[in-house]
Design a protein around this ligand. Structure first.
Ligand code: FMN
Length: 176
């Protein structure tokens, strides 16, 4: 039976959703039966073996939809393989060093006993919602800092570890 994966995202302007889509593509390429959905639209997580939760960072906070999704499904998710990511920095910092999770993502890490958290660069482009977003763009502080090669490499790790975990025998199957 194939491994079922969910990539759930909290994204206001769509760039985190595109990172989630790329992760989904890679998981599918490795044979995982994968759905990519806005976190706010996911009902039941019971069908999934592996869950990736991604959220944009706004004003130092992990996206509300990602936080709510993690909280709402905490019971079930704490028994699954959960991987978290954030997208935010509008500079090259995420490509240069490991950026720790903001508080909401850190709490989700702890509650869900997540495998790992990763911060990717963010993206802010013409058409983004909100006055602050528009003024950041006008003052030249927008741009696309997403590194899809590192997104792909991270997704490949998720796929490899998920397939490896499936290959391991259940405890009860071990013979001494
Ligand atoms: C008003 C505003 C506040 C932001 N605050 C942060 C922040 O605190 N930390 C950060 O790393 N990125 C911050 N960003 C950058 C966003 O996280 C980045 O644009 C992200 O890619 C947006 O994702 P989305 O397109 O999925 O909504 C901010 C962007 C805006 C417009």
């Amino acid at each position: 039976m194939s491994i079922k994966a969910l990539v759930a995202h909290g994204s206001t302007n769509g760039s985190t959703a595109q990172i989630a889509e790329r992760i989904g593509e890679v998981l599918r390429e490795h044979g995982l039966d994968t759905e990519v959905r806005p976190a706010a639209q996911v009902g039941d997580v019971a069908p999934y073996d592996v869950v990736v939760i991604g959220g944009a960072v706004y004003a130092g906070r992990w996206h509300r939809d990602a936080r709510r999704f993690a909280r709402r499904n905490a019971d079930q998710l704490s028994r699954k393989a959960v991987w978290l990511f954030s997208s935010g920095p509008l500079d090259a910092s995420a490509a240069q060093r490991s950026i720790p999770p903001v508080a909401g993502a850190r709490r989700a890490m702890a509650h869900l006993d997540a495998v790992e958290h990763r911060t990717f660069g963010g993206c802010l482009r013409e058409g983004a919602k909100g006055r602050i977003a528009r003024s950041l763009i006008t003052s030249g502080r927008g741009g696309d800092f997403r590194d899809f090669d590192s997104v792909t490499a991270w997704a490949e790790r998720i796929a490899t570890q998920s397939l490896g975990a499936r290959a391991e025998p259940e405890r009860g199957d071990l013979r001494t």
